[in-house]
Structure formats: structure tokens, C-alpha cells
Write a protein that binds this ligand. Structure first.
Ligand SMILES: [Zn+2]
Length: 110
């Protein structure tokens, strides 16, 4: 949560203190998560277009990621067990992983 607070107040584009992606630093290529800090900063300021421009896969993934958080951290009493079965279903997980790898490749070749 502290990280989210920092991302609200500190613009990663203007700060030399925000950590750089180690994969990008080593290879010069973008990883699937590159742009996440900048996207979240703009998202916290309700600048959806800018957030989408930095990492569209992250923005598109939010419903799934939000559902995973609900299933893992807020499933007291099993109230999200049905959602957990869907989110953890092998077809859903494999489709997400294929899309993630496709996004990783496409963002580096386009
Ligand atoms: Zn990266």
C-alpha cells in the first residue's frame, strides 16, 4: 500500500529514485510489466488514456487481477470460492499466460 501512495505522489517519469526495470536495463527490451509504475501513477490521477498508453495489457488485465486479489486476500469464509474456481481454472490461467507472452513479444517487435 505504501508503494501505491508513493506512486500517487511521485511521477516516475520525473523522478530518478524510482527503480528501473532490471530486464529493460539488462536487455534494452520491455518486459510485460514495463510501464506499470507510470501507468499506475496516471491511473491514480484518473488519466486513463495516459495509463493505457504506458501498459495497455495491465489496464485490460485489471478485472482478472482484481478478481485474483479478492480470491486470495478477501476470501474469508469462502465467499469468493466460486470466483476462485474460475480464476484458477487451468484454461483461464493458460489463456492469460499465452496473452501475457504474446503481449511481451508484440510490444518489442511493433
Ligand atoms: Zn520491465
Amino acid at each position: 500500500m505504501a508503494g501505491f501512495g508513493i506512486l500517487f505522489f511521485v511521477n516516475p517519469e520525473a523522478s530518478a529514485f524510482m527503480p528501473r526495470c532490471p530486464f529493460n536495463w539488462l536487455t534494452g527490451l520491455d518486459c510485460p510489466a514495463c510501464g506499470t509504475q507510470r501507468a499506475l501513477h496516471h491511473l491514480f490521477h484518473l488519466q486513463f488514456r495516459e495509463a493505457f498508453a504506458y501498459n495497455p495489457f495491465l489496464i485490460i488485465s485489471f478485472p482478472y487481477l482484481f478478481a485474483l486479489v479478492l480470491c486470495q486476500w478477501f476470501n474469508d469464509g469462502g465467499r469468493f470460492d466460486a470466483l476462485k474456481r474460475v480464476c484458477h481454472h487451468h484454461v483461464v490461467v493458460n489463456v492469460y499466460l499465452v496473452l501475457l507472452v504474446a503481449w511481451w513479444i508484440l510490444r518489442n517487435v511493433l
